[in-house]
Design a protein around this ligand. Sequence first.
Ligand SMILES: Cc1cc2nc3c(=O)[nH]c(=O)nc-3n(C[C@H](O)[C@H](O)[C@H](O)COP(=O)(O)OP(=O)(O)OC[C@H]3O[C@@H](n4cnc5c(N)ncnc54)[C@H](O)[C@@H]3O)c2cc1C
Length: 396
Amino acid sequence: MADLETFRAETRKWLLAHAPASLRGMVLGLGEGNWGGRKATYPNPDMKVWLEVMAERGWTAPEWPTQYGGGGLTKDEAKILREELAALKLPPPLVGFGLTMIGPILLEYGTEEQKREHLPKIVRGEIRWCQGYSEPGAGSDLASLQTRAVRQGDYFVINGQKIWTSYANLSDWMFLLVRTDPTAEKHRGITFLLMDMASPGVEVRPIKLISGSSPFCETFLTDVLVPVKNVVGKINEGWTIAKALLNHERTMIASAFGTGTGRRRTLREFARKYLECDGERLADTALRHRMAQYEMDALAFKLTTDRARDAATAGLPPGPESSMFKIYGTELNQRRQELLVSIAGPQALGWEGPGFAEEELALTRDWLRSRGNTIEGGTSEIQLNIIAKRVLGLPD
Ligand SMILES: Cc1cc2nc3c(=O)[nH]c(=O)nc-3n(C[C@H](O)[C@H](O)[C@H](O)COP(=O)(O)OP(=O)(O)OC[C@H]3O[C@@H](n4cnc5c(N)ncnc54)[C@H](O)[C@@H]3O)c2cc1C
């Protein structure tokens, strides 16, 4: 315990000495933060400085082993680091699918060569990753995917189309699922690959969303060559890895949307700004009750998420119970966005132009964006099927 207290004191001292002052108190909106990669831009150059000093210490991936660039911290030390970052109101130095999805998968299933090649670049924020799972005919029924990979010597030749590839236009590498044996039963014959987005034959086309932004892309693959050494796990056995990655993804989504980002003000601050108050209390009783219920549920969810993280055995990956967190966290965010729109009323109905503050325009867009929360990473109906089958053990 004394060691942990020493670690806490030293961590705080180090953070105070190295974190750029301009970042203290910065609250990141949805999808904001430093995603790194070759195409990263830095409107605030201190974000780059922050990434570099933290990466140097391996603290962008605090619990990853030091031989792959990580911080080598124990679970308890990593928790202290998170607490100290929160206490100093510092943003994470790096976010993205490298840290939350493909990194943990490579640690568990990657070859030594793959770990040494990719993990340090993720830690340093040099390479940004995207996810090539969904196809026009394969979303919920992901195992019916059709993108073909045909082996030619030391390479696979890939042909097909991915869709809804978040941030493909900004990413350097993609982890993707391809069909390597079309004669096998659909869950077999799938292989998990790592692909350089700069390879000839990769074409990315952004798709415009209802929220006005374009984080999505269609990704067309025409005779793309991917070395066989980029297979993670075994050829034709990628489905196991695909599912393991989804558990990481669902845990990340639950935490990002259920407890985390995009909270520049609390609900109460918004309510005080837009609604009539009876002293300290909101005059609208029905809305007050909805807000109180939301705040209790959100706090309970945060405590449960923290408790689950603390209770998990160090190094053990998340299992199908991640589906429970995913459903609850995403529905919680949708409730929050609905409440914000109810509170701000007509001021939350702007799209552009005068008459609306930037924060108000963001309310409309965040509310629309939250509709996708119960679809991305697998829809709520699919999560319920997983909980029924794999958590509760109910018959088909
Ligand atoms: C914001 C966002 C980001 C995304 N990012 C990515 C990404 O980076 N990479 C990627 O590969 N994909 C991404 N996706 C795609 C996402 O994984 C799919 O949209 C999702 O899996 C659902 O597939 P679908 O859209 O084809 O819907 P469908 O599978 O066609 O489903 C349509 C409806 O039918 C229901 N349904 C289907 N099957 C069943 C069943 N067996 N039981 C009960 N109900 C069922 C679904 O719940 C849904 O309501 C993203 C999606 C969103 C919204």
